[in-house]
Design a binder for this molecule. Sequence first.
Ligand code: SF4
Length: 206
Amino acid sequence: MDKTITMTFHNLGLRSYIEVDLCSECPREDDKGCCGHYSPVFYPCDFAYLLEYHPVLLDDILHLPNLTVLNHSITINNSPEGDSYRCQFHDKTSGCRLDQLQRESICRHFVCPGINWEAEDHLQSWKDFFSRLADYENYINQAIAQQLEDQGLTLRNIEHRPELFQQLLRLFKEITAAKPDFFSSCPSREEVKIIRTLKFGSDWPL
Ligand code: SF4
């Protein structure tokens, strides 16, 4: 069955994201799709955004069960459910409870391989944009983590967290003060249509 899929690319710098209308009727038909195979990981760039715009949500995240806390990142572990898993943010009927900008990068950028949008010739500028964005974000996360480490600050020590987050936000603002050129290589929003042949259940590649 051929289906016209609407994808919307949003260029918001470090909070850029991709929307796909197929998600609301995911061919996996298991009410969780790709989210049933992932545990979100929050890194310094995500913490900086949450600290500035959603501090209460960040506090809620820090109090969730089943976290893996490393020195400068936190994984919100999913739980086994059926033949896959359930993300702690995923609701059976409404999907992800986080707004797009509140999600970490994989959740904002990932589109299932069944759609394989990167193969479309007319979307190569977006492919290049998201690839460079991933590299840029990695670089910032590592730079901030290194400087926090040099200051002996770790998320594993709860008493460090107020000072760590204060330093993290300061470093983030310093490092991102100059915007990279590729931020202006794509429009702020672009909606495109692509046609794919759907398969259902586990036949639809994730
Ligand atoms: S945080 Fe949201 S988008 Fe990411 S895996 Fe969980 S439910 Fe899905």
